[in-house]
Design a binder for this molecule. Structure first.
Ligand code: 5GP
Ligand code: MN
Length: 325
């Protein structure tokens, strides 16, 4: 898949300088890149003397609450109306992925989009570069374009964005640029060990007990090319967890020798199933996820299927039969 670039840091920065009173938003099911990019951009806006607020469709996952400023992120749309003029949508490729925050787009005079996903459908002004390891990398480019540096708050936020979207500096998007920016951010106050511990350790023992149950569902199909895990509501019963807590479970399906596609099927309320897709270089799962109404990156994508997990498994495996099995 070829790199796609639309717009530039300079173009988006010029627009940001021109306007004011921003509402910053990002995709549903917040992750390290969406939260880190929101807080990183807020740091830049602060330095540019702009007024801003941040809103999220859902609570900030507990692993990211150590980030300074995360407590200022509003949850939901309550009280937002009338408190902003323009919207900046981060780490999101389509309006639908804003979830309950989608209506804010209609109220905005201008919507600016900064993103690194495949198939971005936002209108301009935007800066989209699919080769960026994280949206946090694009926010760092905005700092460079402005001739400014993140404060320690912004550095921690952007480092989190890059650490998480590169899978702790392990995925195929771990480029020299990603590592260079991460190193710069450490120079500005990001703390690799502390931030690793906050995001990936300090877990509740129940999360590990849940992992044991989930690993029991691990199956290898399609001549060992596809591995999948299932988390249904039955398994989740009694575990007070949010979506982010099971985000990394998919890595266990990915680590099996010979596996080209790893899948995690997680039942969400309302009888639908969230599917996470991961693949080895050369296999484009963003295309596959898009066929189910989702999207994402070439090697990490997602979609939601309106069915219980077992039925969603059947649908996806049937679909993969003619493509990879
Ligand atoms: P994850 O499996 O970690 O939730 O998502 C992997 C990647 O795919 C992320 O970049 C995420 O933003 C994207 N993604 C996940 N679910 C969806 C979806 O339903 N639609 C789209 N367009 N992208 C998704
Ligand atoms: Mn991202």
């Amino acid at each position: 898949m070829e790199e796609m670039v639309v717009g530039s840091p300079e173009l988006v920065l010029a627009k940001i300088r021109e306007l004011d009173d921003y509402l910053l938003v990002a995709h549903i099911h917040p992750d390290g890149d969406s939260i880190g990019s929101l807080l990183g951009l807020a740091d830049l806006l602060e330095q540019l003397g702009k007024r801003w607020i941040i809103a999220s469709a859902e609570e900030v996952p507990s692993s990211y609450r150590f980030l300074p400023g995360s407590e200022e992120i509003r949850v939901g749309t309550e009280g937002l109306s009338g408190s902003f003029r323009n919207v900046i949508a981060l780490d999101v490729s389509e309006a639908l992925r804003l979830g309950d925050l989608q209506p804010v787009l209609a109220e905005a005079q201008v919507v600016i989009n900064i993103d690194h996903h495949q198939g971005n459908s936002f209108p301009e002004p935007k800066y989209v570069r699919t080769s960026a390891c994280a949206t946090g990398e694009l926010i760092y480019e905005l700092f460079l374009a402005a001739g400014l540096k993140p404060t320690v708050v912004g550095a921690k936020a952007l480092y989190t964005a890059i650490m998480t979207d590169t899978g702790r500096f392990s995925h195929a998007n771990t480029t020299q640029t990603a590592l260079k920016i991460a190193a710069e951010l450490v120079g500005l106050g990001a703390d690799p060990h502390h931030q690793y511990v906050e995001v990936y350790e300090r877990k509740d023992i129940r999360l590990l007990k849940l992992l044991a149950k989930v690993l029991d569902s691990l199956r290898l199909v399609c001549d060992g090319k596809v591995a999948y895990l299932v988390i249904d509501q039955e398994t989740l019963a009694g575990f007070p967890l949010d979506m982010g807590d099971t985000e990394n479970y998919i890595s266990y399906a990915q680590m099996i020798d010979g596996v080209q596609i790893a899948l995690l099927f997680r039942e969400v309320e309302g009888g639908t199933t969230k599917v996470s897709w991961r693949s080895v270089p050369g296999v484009d799962v963003s295309r596959y996820a898009r066929d189910f109404g989702g999207g994402g990156h070439v090697n990490a994508a997602g979609c939601e299927i309106a069915a219980k997990p077992q039925e969603a498994v059947q649908k996806v495996l049937e679909y993969l039969q003619s493509r990879i099995c």
